[in-house]
Design a binder for this molecule. Structure first.
Ligand code: ADP
Ligand code: MG
Length: 305
C-alpha cells in the first residue's frame, strides 16, 4: 500500500527521532526560509556545570555558603542553569534549605525567601540594573559587575546572587556546544539561503563567542532577549515576508515557538511548555535532524500536487 507523501514523511521523520505533530506541520516545515535558534539547551547541550564560585568580600559568605544559598533559591526551578547550581551544591555535599515565596521570571532568574532573607539569582545585567542593585553605600554592585564581566569574557554565563537586594556573589556556569551544532547551522543556511539568527537571553559576550564557533556572524546575534523580545525578532522577519522556523527548548522560547511559522523544540532538555507549544519535537536529542525534516518535507511536497 502507498501512504500519502506527507504521512510517509512523518513516519520517516519519526525514524530520525523527530515527532512531527501533524501533516499540516510536515508540510509547513518545507516552506521555512529563515531560522531563529536559541542558545542554551538548543545550540548547547543544556546540561551546564558550575565552574566558578565567587563570594564578594564583605558578604561574609564562603564558597560553600554562597553555593548553598543559590541552590536553595534555584531548587524549585527547571531552568538548566538552576539544575547546574543544585547539582554543584549536591556534589559538594551541601544541605539545601527549603524556601518560601518562590518566583521565577523567564529570561531573568528566580527569587525566594531563604532562612528569612530574600534571595535573587539570575542574569547579572538584569538584576544589577543600571545602579548596581540597591548596593547600599558600598560598591558591591560595581565589584559584582566586574567579576561577571571577567567570567563572560571567558565564555561563561555569569549568574548573580543577591541577598536582601545587595549582591553577595557571582557564579560562573559553562555549557558545551552540541557536537552537531556547527554542521546544523551550515545545513540550515544552505536550505534557507541565509545563515540562522541566534536569539538568546544570555549575555552578548557569551552569545557572540558561541555564535562565532558555529559560524554565525556578529550581526546574526540577538542577545539579552526576554521571551517577548524573541517574539518581536520573529515577527520582524515575518513582516519582511520570511517564514521563520524557531528552534528552542525553554519556557522562555514558548511564545516565539508559538508565534513562528513553525516551531521545533528540543525534547530531552526541553521544558514541558516548549514541548507542548512546538509543532514538532526533536526526541532523540540530535540537533542535526532539524535540517533533515525540512528536506523530508520538501521532498514530500514535490510529490503532493
Ligand atoms: P537562552 O535564551 O539562551 O536559552 P534564557 O532566556 O533561558 O537563555 O536565560 C537567559 C538568562 O537569564 C540566562 O543566561 C541567565 O543569566 C538568566 N536566567 C534565567 N533563568 C535563570 C535561573 N533559573 N537561574 C539563573 N539565571 C537565570
Ligand atoms: Mg534555551
Amino acid at each position: 500500500a502507498t501512504m500519502p507523501p506527507l504521512l510517509s514523511a512523518i513516519a520517516n521523520a519519526g525514524r530520525h527521532g523527530v515527532l512531527v505533530k501533524s501533516a499540516v506541520v510536515m508540510e509547513r516545515l518545507g516552506q521555512v526560509d529563515a531560522v531563529a535558534l536559541d542558545k542554551t539547551g538548543t545550540l548547547t547541550e543544556g546540561t551546564p556545570r558550575v565552574t566558578d564560585i565567587h563570594p564578594l568580600k564583605g558578604s561574609g559568605l564562603t564558597e560553600d555558603a554562597l553555593l548553598a544559598l543559590a541552590a536553595a533559591a534555584e531548587y524549585p526551578s527547571e531552568h538548566p542553569l538552576a539544575r547546574a547550581v543544585v547539582h554543584a551544591a549536591r556534589t559538594r555535599g551541601l544541605a539545601i534549605a527549603g524556601v518560601r515565596d518562590f518566583t521565577s521570571t523567564p529570561g531573568v532568574g528566580v527569587t525566594a525567601a531563604v532562612d528569612g532573607h530574600m534571595v535573587a539569582v539570575g542574569a547579572s545585567a538584569r538584576l544589577l540594573g543600571g545602579n548596581g542593585g540597591n548596593g547600599g553605600n558600598d560598591d558591591s554592585g560595581a565589584r559584582a559587575a566586574e567579576v561577571a564581566a571577567d567570567l563572560e569574557d571567558g565564555g561563561r554565563t555569569a549568574v548573580l546572587v543577591l541577598r536582601d537586594g545587595g549582591p553577595v556573589g557571582v557564579l560562573g556556569i559553562a555549557d558545551r556546544l552540541r557536537p552537531d551544532a556547527a554542521v546544523t547551522v551550515a545545513a540550515l543556511a544552505t536550505l534557507t539561503g541565509s545563515p540562522p539568527m541566534l536569539v538568546t537571553g544570555d549575555n552578548p559576550r557569551a552569545a557572540e563567542r558561541l555564535a562565532a564557533e558555529v559560524g554565525i556572524s556578529g550581526d546574526g546575534v540577538r542577545a539579552g532577549l526576554l521571551p517577548e523580545d524573541k517574539v518581536e525578532a520573529v515577527r520582524r522577519l515575518e513582516a519582511r515576508g520570511r517564514k521563520v522556523l524557531v528552534l528552542g527548548d525553554g519556557v522562555n522560547d514558548a511564545p516565539a515557538l508559538a508565534a513562528a511559522h513553525t516551531g521545533i523544540a528540543m525534547g530531552r532538555v526541553g521544558s514541558d511548555l516548549a514541548l507542548e507549544t512546538a509543532d514538532a519535537v526533536i526526541v532523540r536529542d540530535e540537533l542535526a535532524t532539524a535540517p533533515i525534516v525540512i528536506a523530508l518535507s520538501r521532498a514530500a511536497r514535490r510529490l503532493v500536487v
